[in-house]
Design a protein around this ligand. Structure first.
Ligand code: FAD
Ligand code: DLZ
Ligand code: SF4
Length: 514
């Protein structure tokens, strides 16, 4: 067969991957490359670049310590080739003994398409290996999806629980229920203070990368200061362990809560590491389940947490590959408004939006409900262009890769796919945000006012959305109650909702202060 060149992508930093385990330590070359094409296909948040480049550099060192032959290409190497393809080409030119190329399947459609051209472009065989880090292979998902009219996460999740015997007791779900949401999703009382997130001082490698990102990517979104993320597997395991010990017991209860200047709350903060390979879903789920068996965390929290990973994470990945390439162009509501400037600046009098965008800018992180019920809800109600919203979500979060970002944006928040992923649009008025957060107390708008200049914009935008999309949504059984309430509204109130919304959206389109 001859020696092989084995390309390891920046989000494939997992020692147990077959591409690494099956490598011949004497002859094969493992290639990791920091390249402009991947760093700029969207202008990733500066902290995402620091995280990935530093994690790649540390991982390369681990591979060398394990005895592999590693070729590492730094972003500022004088002859850096700028793209993965060209780095592979150059490596083949420099090593005549390398006869074939191997790579683990990438997480994004654009890169997979491009790799399909590589054999021709390189004149060498290119083998694309499955990514076994997920519980469900793409074939498994296809099989599951083939058998049903509509795809719903909840049913997929139950199948996964049964198939992998997770939280199961004698063939039944642990505790007798599949889902403990009724005990979850509480507001967080003011006297509850979550533990500080696990933080690491940047070591010499990370400091080098911070300098590099400041030099070459200064025009990218986000603040680079106070970088404290894990960049090695050992550190990522510490984040996981501290989550299990300190936060998991309260995770379920406060999963949907939001608090002023506090993005971390009782969440795990492990998506960065799961998605780039420093942690695997199996070890995370095993640890959470063991904590329940040991009586260290209640079932509602453990089930709620496992559902996010075994359910949502696996489901969106299957859904992505099942729905591409059309998903990226879906636009069920024909939404066209340009992304407003405030998505970049965070300048707005709407405190909830300001907080969520500032958290995003500072940390390349916001938790799920901030993404879904504040930024997402706003994007849907204001009919922002799906392509522009997708681009924003792909570049602002350090855990963002298209396989996970796009279904959440096009499917979950924008309903741009017409309901293939979600059973109804996730829309809410200000009262939901008020119930789940303390944002409204510090807001320029009044959450109790429904109309008028100082009324919370979510209040009238919500009814405007219901009014405008009646025809497209009237057959959705989950929208029945909403339409019933709308029908009871007086014509005068509907007129005010329409005029307040029109004035607000006009200002938004002109990037005037809102
Ligand atoms: P926790 O709340 O502690 O949850 C545990 C884990 O569950 C997460 O680490 C993640 O791996 C998984 N998870 C939870 N919800 C989802 C979900 N909806 N889809 C997939 N996995 C999930 N997650 C990403 O990893 N990358 C993204 O680019 C991304 N974009 C999103 C965009 C929008 C509009 C929305 C609504 C959600 C998005 N999510 C994304 C899902 C979720 O918001 C993040 O996974 C979560 O906030 C990460 O923080 P955490 O690790 O503290 O999560
Ligand atoms: C996200 C990212 C960035 C910023 N840089 C690199 C890089 O320089 N080299 C690399 O191999 N991978 C990088 N990545 C991750 C890839 O973009 C990712 O593998 C694809 O998007 C597929 O998920
Ligand atoms: Fe957000 Fe409305 Fe509350 Fe202000 S009043 S924080 S805009 S929900």
């Amino acid at each position: 067969m001859g020696a092989s060149l084995r390309l390891i992508l920046g989000d494939q930093l997992t020692l147990s991957l077959p591409i690494i385990q099956q490598a011949d330590k004497q002859n094969d070359v493992l290639l990791l490359a920091e390249v402009n094409e991947e760093a700029t296909y969207v202008k990733h948040h500066k902290k995402k670049l620091v995280l990935l480049f530093s994690a790649m550099r540390h991982f390369a060192q681990t591979l060398k310590d394990e005895g592999y032959v590693v070729r590492y290409r730094y972003f500022d190497d004088e002859d850096n080739q700028g793209s993965l393809l060209n780095e592979v080409k150059k490596t083949l030119q420099d090593n005549a003994s390398l006869r074939r190329v191997l790579v683990t399947e990438p997480g994004e459609y654009r890169l997979l398409k491009s790799m399909h051209q590589w054999p021709q472009q390189l004149g060498t065989s290119v083998e694309i290996l499955d990514d076994p880090r997920f519980y469900a292979s793409l074939e498994d998902f296809k099989e599951w999806a083939k058998a049903r009219k509509s795809l719903r996460m909840e049913f997929f999740y139950r199948e996964m629980r049964k198939k992998h015997q997770i939280l199961m007791e004698q063939g039944e779900p642990a505790g007798g229920k599949w889902n403990y949401d009724a005990s979850n999703r509480k507001a967080m009382p003011a006297h509850i203070y979550p533990p500080e997130p696990t933080k690491f001082e940047p070591d010499a490698i990370t400091q080098e990368v911070i300098k590099l990102v400041k030099k070459y990517f200064d025009d990218h979104f986000g603040n680079i200061g106070s970088f404290h993320y894990a960049v090695t597997r050992e550190q990522a395991l510490q984040v996981l362990n501290e989550f299990i010990e300190q936060r998991l017991p309260d995770f379920g209860k406060y999963q949907d809560a939001m608090r002023h200047n506090m993005p971390w709350l009782f969440h795990s903060h492990i998506s960065f590491y799961l998605n780039c390979g420093l942690l695997t879903p199996r070890e995370v789920i095993q640890q959470a389940e063991s904590a329940w068996h040991a009586g260290e965390a209640p079932l509602n929290s453990v089930e709620g947490f496992i559902r996010q990973i075994l359910g949502w994470r696996e489901y969106v990945r299957g859904f992505y590959w099942h729905s591409m390439p059309t998903l990226q162009n879906d636009n069920f509501f024909n939404a066209k408004r340009d992304l407003p400037e405030l998505f970049w600046s965070g300048h707005t009098n709407m405190n909830c939006l300001r907080q969520c965008i500032q958290d995003t800018k500072n940390h390349a992180y916001a938790h799920h409900i901030q993404r879904l019920m504040v930024i997402g809800n706003f994007s849907l109600l204001c009919e922002l262009s799906p392509r522009q919203v997708q681009n924003w979500f792909l570049l602002v979060y350090a855990d963002a890769y298209e396989w996970v970002e796009l279904p959440n944006v096009a499917g979950m928040i924008l309903y741009a796919d017409g309901g293939n992923l979600a059973s109804k649009p996730y829309i809410a008025s200000g009262s939901y945000i008020n119930k789940m957060s303390d944002y409204c107390k510090n807001c320029g708008y009044s959450v109790t006012k429904k109309t008028g200049e100082d009324a919370c914009p979510f209040n009238y935008l919500y009814w405007r959305f219901v009014d405008s999309h009646h025809d497209k949504l009237k057959h959705n059984p989950r929208m029945g109650l909403v339409f019933k309430s709308f029908e009871k509204m007086s014509q005068q109130k509907i007129d005010t909702v329409r005029s307040d919304s029109a004035a607000f959206l006009d200002k938004l389109s002109k990037n005037e202060e809102i």
